[in-house]
Write a protein that binds this ligand. Structure first.
Ligand code: URA
Ligand code: CA
Length: 435
């Protein structure tokens, strides 16, 4: 096989074979094919596209480039959730305990935050004592015991994706449906869950700017999941503002705890319920959405979902007294941002808030950056809220000296209107395989 001819073929818009795709992925991963040839091929893929078969073959080749995780020793149908990168998105910490309290195994390998999006592992580490370093045997044992475990990734899955993603990032070839979906789905399939729910964000700061693009991406990912034998659904959700009110590690843990107690912000509750409902459906636990919803509401009302979080924290070595009394979380010094105008909140740029939160110390600039787990932003106003001049818009928590500068950044993320603003829909579309 010949790399030049493969590039030429895709340039002409022809379909690549499984062997050709594997040749490129293997050759690139082991260093035999140079960046410039793969860059040219990636650009040809962006311009000419790949069909479902090609995308599936690319996904498989990337899975085969590294280790996979065998979770077959976990009893029952294991579920997993993936979000395409929200701001203030604490759904994992809500829906994990929620579905586990229904008896569904939630064995989650999570990541750290980078740039404007947070990571579940960092959030969990704001609970004193809690360890996310579980080896695979412990991870499986814990999941069998209490139906939930959350840990960091220990083995090297999909090294091809890491290398390709870095190259895409510098060659303007990130935004392609086949490349994004194979990148996401290879990682999800490699870590071993039986069924999967995807939360595909639309809006500022999201990969997909329009619902049409999000539908295309979701359909491709659902197709890939189903072809790999995993029941998959996708939910397309609005990212016209951060999710919930809290953005930052300790702040989001507190928000997740409140939500599991039935006292959280409405949008975070609604999205967690929607995704949990889909997990009950894809795992075969419930037959209808109504049935699933009733079960989940009961788990919140009875306190079982909240208790499941306590069990998780306990089993992973965390101090449960923080879960019982959230005032124990130590937050950084606070700064209040007040409105300079009268009006209604029309939008809150999620990307802008994510960046500001990172600058306050809640996120990482590079992989090596130190985090301030007590830093972040609480939004006192959200879309549709009326505000008066001098009224509190947001509270910033930080140890940084340039808090005043960052206040201006947060203010810039708010968009106001003179007229009343209706609340936007959060759940925009559900994509299932039958469709
Ligand atoms: N997230 C990923 O993991 N890969 C992509 O290509 C885009 C988003
Ligand atoms: Ca939040």
């Amino acid at each position: 096989m010949n790399t030049y001819e493969i590039i030429e073929k895709k340039k002409e818009g022809q379909k690549l074979s499984a062997e050709e795709i594997k040749y490129i992925v293997d050759g690139y991963t082991n260093g035999n094919i140079p960046d410039y040839q793969v860059s040219a091929l990636l650009m040809a893929i962006c311009l000419k596209g790949m069909d479902v078969d090609e995308t599936f073959n690319l996904t498989n080749s990337m899975i085969e480039s590294g280790n996979t995780i065998d979770l077959s020793k976990i009893e029952g149908k294991k579920v997993d959730k993936h979000s395409t990168g929200g701001v203030g998105d604490t759904t994992t910490l809500v829906l994990g305990p929620l579905v586990a309290s229904c008896g569904i195994p939630f064995a989650k390998m999570s990541g750290r935050g980078l740039g404007h999006t947070g990571g579940t592992l960092d959030k969990l580490e704001s609970i004193p004592g809690l360890s996310i370093d579980l080896d695979i045997d412990k991870f499986i044992e814990n999941t069998n015991k209490i139906k939930i475990a959350i840990c960091g990734q220990t083995t090297d899955v999909t090294p091809a994706d890491k290398k390709l993603y870095a190259l895409r990032d510098t060659t303007a070839t990130v935004n392609d449906v086949s490349l994004i979906s194979s990148s996401i789905m290879s990682k999800k399939i490699a870590v071993g869950a039986d069924c999967l729910v995807l939360d595909v964000k639309v809006g500022s700061g999201a990969f997909m700017k329009t619902v049409e693009d999000a539908v295309e991406l979701s359909e491709m990912m659902v197709n890939l999941g189903e072809k790999a034998g995993k029941n998959t659904q996708a939910v397309i959700t609005n990212m016209n503002q951060p999710l919930g009110r809290a953005v930052g590690n300790s702040l989001e843990v507190i928000e997740a705890i409140n939500t599991l107690r039935g006292e959280g912000p409405e949008d975070l509750y609604e999205l967690s319920m929607e995704l949990a409902e889909k997990l009950l459906l894809v795992s075969g636990h419930s037959k209808t959405e109504g049935e699933a919803r009733a079960i989940l509401e009961e788990k919140i009302a009875s306190g079982e979902a909240f208790n499941k979080l306590k069990e998780l924290v306990q089993l992973q070595g965390g101090d449960v007294s923080y879960i019982e009394d959230v005032s124990k979380f130590e937050l950084s010094p606070k700064f209040e941002l007040v409105s300079e105008v009268d009006g209604y909140v029309k939008g809150i740029d999620a990307l802008g808030i994510g960046e500001a939160s990172k600058n306050l110390g809640a996120g990482r600039e590079t992989k090596e950056s130190e985090l301030d787990l007590g830093a972040g932003i609480l939004l006192n106003k959200k879309i549709g809220d009326k505000v008066s001049k001098g009224e509190l818009l947001a509270t910033l928590y930080t140890k940084k000296e340039n808090a005043e500068e960052i206040k201006a950044e947060v203010l810039k993320a708010f968009e106001f209107s003179n007229q009343e603003v209706g609340a936007d829909k959060l759940i925009l579309k559900v994509i299932k395989h039958e469709q």
